[in-house]
Design a protein around this ligand. Structure first.
Ligand code: 5RP
Length: 222
């Protein structure tokens, strides 16, 4: 199977995962990226079975609305039973690196509000140790150079993601050559740098369920 076919297989599996729990007042949390897009496209068929969604990016919000799914502001929503999103890397503890699509801050906020984080990913995303994928850090623009210097002190090779402005009006630094032994500690350490808005480690609150697309089928890990 191609990578896109594996992504679509996990999108379908995520529909099976959440469909039995949908009710008229259910608001879902929806992630960002190509895997999340495939999930959104499949979710369209169920749009009459739930109330709507909170999106982690303007791009996902637009795609949801395009399918006739109502998009709500997070502040107007009570509980979110599921957050469904992809990942750039995920380990055996279901810690992740996210933010390849620059949506990490809103992804982390919506994920924090969700009872269950369902990560959908093709097998290429599963790693023993996080960090081969450059870790994104969202920064307040005026702090970019300062944060980059602090990241060098931690051993990273920080690279400014040129031309990218996040939905929050901020910038992204990608940390290359930055293998991570303790994702929970590093997530906290990076967030303590003044000027950092969020970093792409999702470890303190990792995924609860991983649907992993492999050549043998979709594996469900918890
Ligand atoms: C966006 C993300 C995505 O979940 C991550 O980049 C995976 O994307 P894709 O499903 O396209 O491989 O964190 O900020």
């Amino acid at each position: 199977m191609t990578q896109d076919e594996l992504k679509d297989a996990v999108a379908a599996a995520a529909i099976d995962e959440i469909a039995p729990s949908l009710e008229n007042d259910t608001v879902l949390g929806i992630g960002t990226g190509s895997t999340a897009n495939l999930f959104i496209d499949r979710l369209a068929a169920l749009r009459h079975d739930f109330k709507g969604a909170v999106a982690s990016s303007e791009a996902s919000a637009e795609r949801l609305r395009g399918h006739g799914i109502e998009v709500f502001e997070l502040n107007s929503v009570g509980s979110i039973p599921f957050y469904i999103d992809g990942a750039d890397e995920v380990n055996a503890h279901l810690h992740m690196i996210k933010g390849g699509g620059a949506a990490l801050t809103r992804e982390k906020i919506v994920a924090a509000c969700a009872e269950t984080f369902v990560c959908i990913a093709d097998a290429s995303k599963k790693v023993d140790r996080l960090g081969e994928f450059p870790l994104p850090v969202e920064v307040i623009p005026m702090a970019r150079s300062y944060v980059a210097r602090e990241l060098v002190k931690l051993g990273a090779d920080p690279v400014y993601r040129q031309g990218v402005v996040t939905d929050n009006g901020n910038q992204i630094i990608d940390c290359f050559e930055f293998m991570i032994d303790d994702p929970v500690a590093m997530e906290t350490r990076l967030n303590a740098i003044v000027g950092v808005v969020t970093n792409g480690l999702f470890a303190a609150r990792g995924a609860d369920v991983l649907l992993l697309g492999t050549s043998r089928g979709v594996e469900r890990l918890t």
